[in-house]
Design a protein around this ligand. Sequence first.
Ligand code: GLC
Length: 456
Amino acid sequence: MKKCTFVLLCICLFSYLHAQEKKIFNETPEQKEKRLAWWQHDRFGMFIHWGLYAMPARHEWVKSREQISDADYQKYFDQFNPDLYNPREWARMAKAAGMKYAVITSKHHEGFCLFDSKYTDYKATKTPYGKDLIREWIDAFRAEGLKVGFYYSLIDWHHPDYTIDRVHPQRPADTADYKKLNQGRDMAKYREYLRNQLREILTNYGKIDILWADFSFPGAYGKDHNDWNSLELIKMIRQLQPGIIINDRLDLGEYEDGGDFVTPEQYKVSEWPTRNGKQVPWETCQTFSGSWGYYRDETSWKDTKQLLVLLIESVSKGGNLLLNVGPTARGTFDHRAQDALKAMGEWMQVNSRSIYGCTQAPPEFKKPDNCLLTYNPTTKRLYVHLLDYPLQNFTLPGYQGKIKYAQFLHDASEIKMSAPSQHHAVGKSIGEGDVNLSLPVKKPDAEIPVIELILN
Ligand code: GLC
């Protein structure tokens, strides 16, 4: 066989195998795109981590970190009474920040259910508060026009049949002790519980837009898709809520459609994530200060600019931002969270056009120094976010002939364009095809000013 025929055959086989990636559902790429369209348009959501751990107020993993026994953790359940809970206020704050959807922990790893479940007494309705927190939340967020989603912890540190693994509060110091500790625990029963509860939250609260299952940790003394029976779960989820968008933490990565989007957590991606060379939908989840649950003494809060950059940079690489609030055990957003949301809202109020409906800019637009670019493919506008405000003359490299009009986004004031002058490029020859923008010396009153370029 000739060498080139062989190479050609290899390429064919390779593409065939790729095209044949394992799938669970028979949805076409176009159908998936349509299902995810609102989410990819909206870009910015609120994550809410709330549970009993708001009371110790030192991380939502406190039960595991400090290896607290069920008996010692019980005091939080007995005292739980968020008397100032007003989800309508939360929803208003989310909306004013520019968020379009929200995802709340219906149950976190500690096992406490914010919703009323037929299958356990470890739930809000049995605490001194006595009401279904999720019911109130759903009604409030829907009323403010926000899309709603549930986080549901696959992990459960309270259920008696959930086997002890390497992150469980009761994990042994010596691995030889797992067997003894797990005697009498039956994961099959827990699997049933999990399935029943997922059915409850996806049946009892109307249309649910997102499901955030969390998380799998395969390997020694870990848990993977077999422990949850993920394949059957995802089928049930999609059957109960056909339009729902599901994250990627059920450990079904061997299937192309084992999750709708990838979830880089607490870090910035260097570029748009791919699978087999194809860009995939993604959402980064981030905290204000490090922990997800309310953490009273944490001081590592990000500032407004860092938060805005998280949002803009995500969109500039084709992704979403799910930004977390950990409400207090009184049921309020603490003032640091409120201030952060307010500051983001002020920026979004006049700049959201560079976020909603936007994505990564086409490659023909080179990123100027200290900038982030986003692009709206429908309106064909390009947004230049000035992270470090330049001094007067600002060069757009190779943009000549591509721009019809330039303005600041926040006040729609014209920015004059000209060909770059040699006067501004001492010691180097000016780039052909560059465009010069004449910016005011004084930085506009915006944390990150945005230039809107209306393209030809
Ligand atoms: C991690 C943590 C958890 C948090 C989640 C958010 O998986 O276990 O505390 O809920 O990240 O993405």
